[in-house]
Design a protein around this ligand. Structure first.
Ligand code: UD1
Length: 421
């Protein structure tokens, strides 16, 4: 199995290109199921999660071609045949549930395996289910599958979410494009990935207003057509690489980075004493002092501080001057990186949803284990600052969300390599 070895202590200097957003692309790909015409996505990230979504779409009868070394995805769903998302694929990736809305809208039926447990919490799909029911579908849970039917087609409705859900908003948005009448999504997620999906659907002929606010209105249309859409930059990859010079020292320019995608996060970095400036090509990040200052963080739906950057921010706080509190409000079990960071000398006390981090002068390299996608990259960040050698195992988690991570950091002077054990 692959592992990543890092010898820490080198300040970084260089430029890192930011890829297209994994989470946007995972929602955009199923949109191909809404039309028989081709959908082309450019600026796609080359990640195992994207390949998994490709396999899922193929299993549903769609054509999926990765062109230009995977940067361009040419999708087509002329005649979707099998509206069944099989457990074998769904269990690998929760985002598989995003085929539910499009299949129901196009075919009037869908069978989607329940995603099952997940390392970062229970993550149910009840909100997806509720939304489809509001749009007139009948859903039944049988044999571990959600069996959904809308024999007379979906009809517009008011869908009000009790909590903000990115995935359930995306499913509802896609389903409503082909529903009869008007749908209003209340308490909708406002993430940039939602805005990106709405823009793509609009290019396909959908009538949508209000994306990026908590109320989205969709006028259903009879038919959607093909489109070409450029995937928005990955704000989580961006935030992660912004943290690299913050923790290791030096200066890194993140090419394609946009401040509006990471505003709340960049504000916290500034509070910690990290300089973030806009350049002609992206965002440049530089640590001003020897150590950063401790700052408190609470995760929240966009535009708040993203849960997907909490683990990485914790890595930075392990060497900050002072004590910081990180509160996780989106997922209940998302501190698995804390004990691994502890193996590198970090002082972290977790009580329920709050981690208290007391900064230390220096971390020390150690063998550690990745437990999920963002946790694994937090260990890499910590390793960049640590004295000596760190080996991060189980990096297949990392490959789900970061393309060529060791090359990108290596190009900035980090001593990092992938090894086979
Ligand atoms: C998406 C992102 C993920 C990110 C998360 C929160 C993708 C592919 N993944 O995940 O990286 O961490 O947003 O920003 O875009 N919930 C329910 N019932 C449901 C659905 C969700 O209770 O039916 C809860 C979840 O358990 C969680 C909260 O709602 O506590 C938010 O989850 P949600 O926004 O749905 O996350 P995902 O769309 O799965």
């Amino acid at each position: 199995m692959d592992a990543i070895r890092v010898r820490g202590g080198t300040p970084l200097q260089g430029r890192i290109p930011i890829a297209g957003a994994k989470n946007a692309c995972l929602a955009l790909m199923p949109a191909t199921l809404l039309t028989e015409e081709p959908l082309t996505l450019t600026n796609a990230p080359r990640l195992s999660d994207i390949r998994t979504m490709g396999l899922l779409l193929e299993s549903l009868g769609a054509e999926v071609a990765a062109l230009q070394d995977g940067r361009v995805l040419a999708l087509a769903s002329h005649t979707p045949t099998e509206p069944r998302a099989d457990y074998e694929i769904v269990r690998r990736m929760r985002a598989s549930v995003l085929v539910l809305g499009p299949l129901l809208a196009r075919l009037g039926r869908a069978e989607v395996s329940l995603p099952g447990g997940c390392a970062i919490g229970a993550r149910p799909v009840d909100l997806h289910q509720m939304a489809m029911e509001r749009l007139g579908a009948e859903l039944e849970l049988r044999d571990g599958y959600l069996h959904a039917r809308a024999p007379r087609g979906l009809r517009g409705a008011v869908v009000e979410f009790p909590v903000v859900s990115v995935g359930a908003t995306e499913n509802t948005l896609m389903a409503a494009t082909l529903a009869r009448g008007t749908t209003v999504i209340r308490n909708a997620a406002r993430e940039p990935e939602i805005v990106d999906l709405a823009q793509c659907l609009r290019a396909m002929g959908a009538r949508i207003e209000g994306e990026g606010t908590s109320e989205i209105t969709i006028e259903g249309v009879h038919h959607l057509h093909g489109a070409t859409h450029r995937v928005v930059p990955d704000r989580i990859e961006l935030g992660t690489y912004m943290l690299a010079p913050a923790i290791a020292g030096g200066e890194v320019e993140c090419l394609g980075g946009r401040l509006d995608l990471v505003a709340a996060f960049a504000e916290k970095l500034a509070d910690a004493g990290v300089e973030v400036s806009e350049t002609a090509d992206g965002l440049s990040v530089r640590r001003t002092g020897d150590r950063v200052r401790a700052v408190d963080v609470q995760t929240a739906p966009f535009p708040g501080f993203p849960t997907d950057l909490q683990a990485q921010m914790m890595a930075l706080m392990t060497t900050a001057e002072g004590t910081s509190q990180l509160e996780e409000r989106i997922f209940e079990n998302r501190f698995m990186h804390a004990p691994e960071l502890g193996r590198m000398g970090a002082r972290i006390d977790v009580q329920g949803g709050v981690a208290t981090v007391t900064g230390v002068d220096r971390l020390k390299g150690a063998p550690v284990m990745a437990t999920d996608l963002r946790a694994s990259v937090s260990l890499i960040l910590a390793a960049l600052a640590a004295e000596g050698e760190t080996v991060v195992r189980r990096v297949y988690h990392l490959d789900r969300g970061y393309e060529r991570l060791e090359e990108k950091l290596g190009a900035c002077g980090a001593d990092i390599e992938r090894i086979r054990e």
